[in-house]
Design a protein around this ligand. Structure first.
Ligand code: MBD
Ligand code: FE
Length: 279
């Protein structure tokens, strides 16, 4: 069938049979996606078994909760961000910390504190490196924002996230920090390890057939929100990670790889003229 015939067929199936209440947007989207699918089937000459295999693939991805992993893996989540950046640029809303993808592993309701939080429950203190991070939340006017909400979440030393990894305590490595009077937040945690897609899962199986790996660099996620401001969704990568610029989820961006200073003795804070965490 040629494309015009496919358009007519899809219209006859979906549009011409409408009787009750039509949601025009849903109709528009379904007509478009269905005709694009049929055209791809035609152009690629997909066999019936290939088509059913594709449907089974999505069924398995859904049943194993991997659709949220497939979305970043095929670049869909990054594409949504690019479009958001473009929309903001058109509206003249430039500058500030770049956004990047949320990923599938956020959990709402993390313990809340003001100014400072310790994120880790201490179970990996022996093996891990202690990490301190501090920063200031600024509004678009460049002024510090007191009372802003900084939600932080990251993986443990196995690259796993609490709740998804049942072996971790609830809300391990997840906290909500409210900025202090000067718009500052600080936290103590452990340096995370990068995430890897479940090796036998639907996402990794697809990536492998595309000749791709399913690794993410070590990273820390943030939601930053405040009254009358749009929410920022972003992440930082830990510099030096071999996947820092080779992320299967395409989340790495210029400006989101802060420099990390490693110290073994607190006295080095003075020598290196670093601000003191907790000070
Ligand atoms: C992650 O930790 C993540 O941040 C993304 C985007 C995908 C999979 C695991
Ligand atoms: Fe993550």
């Amino acid at each position: 069938m040629n494309h015009a015939e496919i358009d007519a067929l899809v219209k006859s199936f979906i549009v011409d049979t409408a009787t009750g209440d039509v949601n025009p947007r849903v109709q528009q989207v379904v007509v478009r996606l269905t005709s694009d699918l049929f055209k791809a089937i035609e152009d690629l000459d997909l066999t019936p078994s290939e088509i059913w295999k594709g449907l089974e693939y999505f069924a398995e991805a859904g049943a194993t909760h991997e659709l949220g992993l497939l979305a970043p893996g095929i670049g869909l989540e990054r594409f949504i961000d690019i479009r958001q950046d473009e929309a903001e640029a058109r509206a003249g809303l430039n500058g500030g910390t770049p956004r990047t993808i949320e990923g599938p592993l956020y959990v709402a309701g993390a313990p809340k504190s003001t100014g400072f939080a310790r994120l880790d429950d201490g179970t990996e203190s022996e093996q891990g490196e202690v990490l301190f991070m501090q920063g200031t939340v600024y509004g678009a006017d460049g002024k510090p924002l007191p009372g802003a909400q900084v939600e932080v979440w990251h993986a443990n030393l196995m690259g796993n996230y609490s709740f998804f990894d049942k072996s971790q305590s609830h809300f391990n490595l997840r906290r909500t920090i409210i900025t202090d009077e000067q718009g500052r937040y600080q936290f103590r945690s452990i340096v995370p390890m990068g995430y890897g897609c479940p090796p036998e899962g639907t996402t990794q199986r697809l990536l492998t057939q595309l000749g791709r790996h399913g690794r993410r660099p070590a990273h820390i996620h943030f939601f930053v929100s405040a009254a009358d401001h749009r929410k920022l969704t972003t992440q930082i990568n830990i510099e030096g990670d071999e996947y820092c610029w080779d992320d299967f989820a395409f989340a790495s961006r210029e400006g989101l790889v802060p420099s990390v200073t490693r110290i073994s003795d607190p006295a080095e804070l003075d020598q290196k003229q670093l601000s003191k965490p907790f000070a």
